[in-house]
Each structure stands twice: as C-alpha cells, then as structure tokens.
Write a protein that binds this ligand. Structure first.
Ligand code: SF4
Length: 346
C-alpha cells in the first residue's frame, strides 16, 4: 500500500506557515467554544466569504447558547435564510437547550459530551474541543482527508469508514499535543488555501519537501472517491399568486426537507394550469393564471427539484391554517424559490 510508512513530522513547518498565512476571521479573533461551533456548522457547506456576513449577524442576534436556546423558531429560520440546510439551525437550537439545561449555558470541555449533542459529529466535536479548549482531539473533514491522501500518496477510498479511521490515526500521530487547535486549524487552512481540490498549489506549500503525492505527480488525482449516483429529479409546480393582501404563501411541514419554512404555493408534482388551479380551489382560492413561469432547477444534497408553474392573481379570501397572504420578505423562504421571487420584483 503506497504511503503506509510514517512521514517525517509535519507540524513544525505547518504551524509556522499557519502563523503567517492564516486568514483573520472573526471566530479566530474570539475563539470561544460557541463561536467555533456556530462557524463550523455554517462552514460545512458554505465558503468562508459567503458565510461571514451570516456569522456576524447570527452572533450579534444570538450571542450565546442561552440566546440561541430561547430564539423563536421563525426568527432563527430568518437568521439562517440563504445558508440552506435548515435542520442544522434546528439542531443547534436543540443542542443549545441541552447546553443550558445540563451545562449551565456553556459548551462542555469534553469531546464525547460535545459529540453527544444534536448536530455535532466527530469533526465538529474535535474542532471545538481542540480550538476552544486545547484538547488533543482530531478534526478530520474533507479538506484534511485530501491533504493526508496527498501527503501519503494514498489512493484508498476516503468515503469508507476504515479509510477515515486510518487517516485520522495519521492526523493524530502528527499532532503536537501542546498545540492541537492551531494544528487542526492549520490543516484545514492548508486544505482550503493551498492543497485545494483539483490542482493543488504545491509551489506555495510548506510540506512539499516531504509530500509523496507531489513527488509522485499524483496529487491532483487524489483523494479517491467513488462516483456519486445521479440524484433523483422531482417535479415541483409553483403558483405565484398575488392578491390585494400580498402573495399566497404556504408553510412547509414541520418535518423533512426545509421543515417549517415558508414558500409560494407549491406542489410536488408536475401539474398543468388547470390542475394547479384545482389544487388552489381546495383552499377556497380561485386563481386566474396569466403567465407561465420559466423552468428552473434547484439542486439539494440528495435530490433535484425541476420547478415550473404559473403566475396569476386571486382575491384575498380567508385561508386555512398554514397558509397566508403576505410579503415574501417577511417570511423565511428557501433559496430554491429565489429565482421566481426575483421575477416577481422585476
Ligand atoms: S505539496 Fe501539494 S499535494 Fe502535497 S500537501 Fe502540499 S499542496 Fe498538497
């Protein structure tokens, strides 16, 4: 197996590089456990530059676990609007409530106790434990797996738990026990800035002298992942219906995809205008459709929505529970509908 033998120590060069190259990020200036937690959850699927305004707004509105625990769910959804993956915010709130009940409102300085909180996996628990509390725990995300696959020139499939375990053992073997937080952060930063997906910037890398992937010319092809199966494509038909009291809006179910968020009236089926009108009639809304909506697509982690629909008008009749006439900007509406809402303002 290539790369099985230990590498010379990497921590010295890595930490020196990190000291002079790290980005000045707000959660690095005040690395409390709460700040690290919020930033790591936000950064799981979002680039740092995109997540920063959300992070700053979130911390201003909810400065500690007690504030997060007490936040009305719709306010929380609004704060998270645009980041997607809303169940992360809901899980953070569940975890904040446990932190308040069990730990007096402060995240516990214990990797296993952190790991037991809703929404906190091995990586996030390791990041909080090491960065905020100096506990020598590994924090192995996709960036770190990529760096280690290349350093060791190891083509093992990184989606397999056994590979992750073996790579985590290597990460730990190189960890300086007196600086676990900076070491983990430095690895993440190297993966984000230098050892990037595709062609790495080996010329800027403090580890190139000992990197086996670089020496073998295989780095760009690593890490190895099996191809993903295609995502199912599901039709969604939208009714963008305006009345004198605003747009017809609907709350999504309390569980499942985009739970509890609001949206323009939408049905998870391919409906023609007559079928769409019949669905709205069940609510007592008589819609007059005037224009078809252009086809659009929204890609989720496990599925794709193929969106279509109609624009129209209706009288603002009273609506059943879970429906409202209103201004979309006042509701937490997922970005899947952004293209259609923008059309409305155009
Ligand atoms: S030398 Fe290149 S491939 Fe190796 S760790 Fe550095 S950036 Fe990644």
């Amino acid at each position: 197996m290539p790369g099985a033998a230990a590498l010379p120590p990497i921590a010295g060069g890595l930490l020196a590089w990190f000291q002079t190259n790290k980005r000045l990020l707000p959660f690095r200036q005040e690395p409390s456990a709460y700040h690290i937690w919020v930033s790591e959850i936000m950064l799981q699927q979002t680039r740092v530059s995109a997540a920063l305004p959300y992070y700053e707004r979130f911390i201003r509105a909810l400065p500690d676990p007690a504030a997060l625990a007490a936040c009305p769910p719709d306010v929380l959804r609004k704060l998270w609007q645009g980041l997607g993956y809303y169940n992360r915010a809901a899980n953070m709130q569940k975890a904040a409530r446990i932190v308040c009940e069990r730990y007096g409102g402060a995240l516990p300085a214990d990797t296993a106790a952190l790991r037991a909180l809703p929404g906190i996996g091995d990586y996030t628990a390791g990041a909080i434990a090491s960065i905020a509390f100096g506990i020598p725990a590994p924090a192995v995300d996709g960036n770190v797996l990529r760096v280690f696959a290349r350093l060791y020139n190891d083509g093992a499939d990184i989606t397999l738990p056994a590979t992750k375990q073996a790579f985590t053992a290597r990460v730990l073997a190189h960890m300086p026990k007196e600086a676990p937080g900076p070491y983990n952060e430095a690895l993440m930063e190297l993966g984000a800035l230098v050892c990037v997906p595709g062609a790495p910037h080996c010329g800027d890398c403090p580890l190139r002298g000992l990197c086996r992937g670089h020496a073998a010319g295989t780095a760009a092809a690593l890490p190895t992942k099996p191809p993903r199966p295609p995502k199912p494509v599901l039709p969604v038909t939208v009714a963008l219906v305006e009345s004198g009291r605003g747009m017809l809006l609907q709350r999504r179910p309390p569980k499942g995809l985009l739970a509890g968020l609001w949206q323009p009236a939408a049905f998870e089926a391919a409906l023609d205008a007559a079928q769409l009108a019949a669905e709205l009639q069940k609510l007592g809304v008589t819609a007059h459709f005037t224009k078809p909506l252009p086809a659009a697509k929204h890609v989720f982690t496990h599925r794709v929505w193929a969106l279509s629909g109609w624009r129209g008008t209706a009288e603002a009749v009273p609506l059943p529970e879970g429906w409202a006439w209103g201004a979309p900007r006042d509701y937490p509406i997922p970005s899947a509908f952004a293209a259609y809402l923008a059309l409305r303002d155009a």
